[in-house]
Design a protein around this ligand. Structure first.
Ligand SMILES: NC(=O)C1=CN([C@@H]2O[C@H](COP(=O)(O)OP(=O)(O)OC[C@H]3O[C@@H](n4cnc5c(N)ncnc54)[C@H](OP(=O)(O)O)[C@@H]3O)[C@@H](O)[C@H]2O)C=CC1
Ligand SMILES: CC(C)=CCC[C@@H](C)[C@H]1CC[C@H]2C3=C(CC[C@]12C)[C@@]1(C)CCC(=O)C[C@@H]1CC3
Length: 345
C-alpha cells in the first residue's frame, strides 16, 4: 500500500527520469504519494499523472519551466559511461549541473538529491570496505568519473544553510535490475560473442552490486531526511546492497540464470590489463583513420579484476538505511526480467 508523505515535500522533479534508475525512482515516488514530473532529453514511456518535460539540462529556460512549484529535485541524468565522450561528459555533468543548481536556486527549490557514484574514489586499485572519508580519486579511471567527481563537489558545495538550499549526494555502485541497459546486456553480448570464457585474476575479488530498488530507497530516504538541522546536508553517502560478492560469482549467476556457461579459465590480471592498455593505445593511434571500441578497456579490466566494495555505515547511521531487497532476490528478479536475452531466445 502507498505510504503518504508530508505535503511540503510532495512536488518533485526527476532529472534523468527516463533512464534506468530514474524511471524506477519515478515509480516508487508515485507509489509513495509524491507528485512527480520528469525532465529528460528523451521520453521513452508514459505514466498517468507524470508530466514529462523533454529538454537538455544545459538549457536553463527549459529547466525553469519544469521547476515551477517544485520543492525537491532528484538529479540522476548523465551521459552513459560507454559513450566515452569527454566533451559531452564535461558539458552535461559539469556545466549542466551548474545550470541545474542555478535554476533550482532561482526557482526556490529547497532540496536537491544528486546521484553520484562510489567510483569517485576508485583509481583502479583495491578498495575494501571504503568509507566516505576516502579522498576523491587523483587519477580517475576515465573521463566519466572525472566529471562525476567535479559534479559531486559542485552539488555538495551548493548546500547553503542560510538560504535553506539543502543538498546531498548518493553514491551507488554497480546498479543492476530490470530494464538496465548496461550490465546484463553487455554481459550477454560478450557471452554470445564467445568472450565470457575467462576469469581475470584468481576470481576472488569482492565487488558491490546494488539492486536498483535499494538505490531508489537510499534516494528517497535522503530526500526525506534532508532538513535544515540534519547531519546529511552537504554530505555524500554510499548506498550498496551491503553484501559484497565475488565479481565473477555475480557474473556467473546472471549468465547461468540466463542459460549461458559460467567463465572457467583464469588469465593473469596484469597480462589482461597490459593487453587492454595496448588495445586502447592502438585505438587512439588509429582513430584518425578507423574507429573501433575494444570490449576490454583498461577501466573494465580494473573493474573486473580488483576489490571495490564500500561501507554504507554512514547511511545506516544518518538515514536509517538498510537494503530492502537481498542480492539473491535481486539477481532472481533481474534474470526473470530478461527472457529475450536467454540463451537460444
Ligand atoms: N548504472 C550504474 O551502475 C551507476 C549509475 N550511476 C549514476 O546514476 C545515474 C543514473 O544512471 P542510469 O540510470 O544507469 O543511466 P541512464 O543512462 O539509464 O539514465 C540517464 C538519463 O539521463 C538522460 N540524459 C543524458 N544527458 C542528458 C541531458 N543533457 N539532459 C537531460 N537528460 C539527459 C539520459 O538520456 P540518454 O539515454 O538519451 O543519454 C537518460 O535518460 C547517473 O548519474 C549515473 O552516473 C552511479 C553509479 C552506478
Ligand atoms: C561493479 C560495477 C561498477 C559494475 C558496472 C557495470 C559495468 C562496468 C560492468 C558490467 C558488465 C561488466 C563486464 C566487464 C567489465 C565491467 C562491466 C562492463 C567485462 C568486459 C570485463 C572483461 C571480461 O572478461 C568480460 C566482462 C563482461 C562484463
Amino acid at each position: 500500500m502507498a505510504t503518504r508523505v508530508r505535503p511540503s515535500v510532495k512536488k518533485c522533479l526527476v532529472i534523468g527520469g527516463s533512464g534506468f534508475l530514474g524511471r524506477h525512482l519515478v515509480e516508487k515516488l508515485l507509489d509513495r504519494g509524491y507528485a512527480v514530473s520528469v525532465f529528460d532529453i528523451r521520453q521513452n514511456y508514459e505514466l498517468p499523472n507524470v508530466i514529462f518535460y523533454q529538454g537538455d539540462l544545459c538549457d536553463k529556460q527549459a529547466l525553469l519551466s519544469a521547476l515551477k512549484d517544485v520543492s525537491l529535485v532528484f538529479h540522476c541524468a548523465s551521459p552513459a559511461p560507454a559513450s566515452d565522450n569527454r566533451e559531452l561528459f564535461e558539458r552535461v555533468n559539469i556545466q549542466g549541473t551548474g545550470t541545474v543548481i542555478q535554476a533550482c536556486k532561482e526557482s526556490g527549490v529547497k532540496k536537491m538529491v544528486l546521484t553520484s557514484s562510489a567510483s569517485v574514489v576508485f583509481e583502479g586499485t583495491d578498495i575494501k570496505n571504503g568509507t566516505e572519508g576516502l579522498p576523491y580519486a587523483k587519477k580517475p579511471i576515465d573521463y566519466y568519473t572525472q566529471t562525476k567527481i567535479k559534479q559531486e563537489k559542485m552539488v555538495l558545495e551548493a548546500y547553503d544553510s542560510e538560504s535553506g538550499f539543502l543538498t546531498v549526494a548518493i553514491r551507488p555502485h554497480g546498479i543492476f535490475g530490470p530494464r538496465d541497459p548496461q550490465l546484463v546486456p553487455i554481459l550477454v553480448d560478450t557471452a554470445r560473442r564467445g568472450k565470457m570464457k575467462f576469469i581475470i585474476g584468481d576470481g576472488t575479488n569482492l565487488v558491490d552490486f546494488t539492486f536498483v530498488e535499494n538505490v531508489v530507497h537510499g534516494h528517497i530516504l535522503a530526500a526525506e531526511r534532508l532538513k535544515a538541522d540534519s547531519p546529511i546536508c552537504g554530505k555524500a553517502y554510499h548506498i550498496t546492497n551491503d553484501e559484497p560478492i565475488r565479481f565473477w560469482d555475480f557474473m556467473s549467476e546472471i549468465l547461468v540464470g540466463l542459460g549461458y556457461p559460467a567463465p572457467r579459465y583464469h588469465l593473469p590480471y596484469l597480462f589482461v590489463y597490459g593487453l587492454a592498455l595496448l588495445l586502447w593505445l592502438l585505438a587512439l593511434l588509429c582513430s584518425p583513420l578507423i574507429s573501433f571500441k575494444p570490449t576490454f578497456t583498461p577501466m573494465r579490466v580494473a573493474l573486473a579484476g580488483t576489490h571495490h566494495y564500500y561501507s554504507c555505515e554512514r547511511a545506516k547511521e544518518d538515514m536509517g538505511y538498510s537494503p530492502v531487497v537481498t542480492l539473491k532476490e535481486g539477481i532472481k528478479r533481474t534474470v526473470e526480467s530478461y527472457p529475450h536475452l536467454r540463451q537460444g531466445a
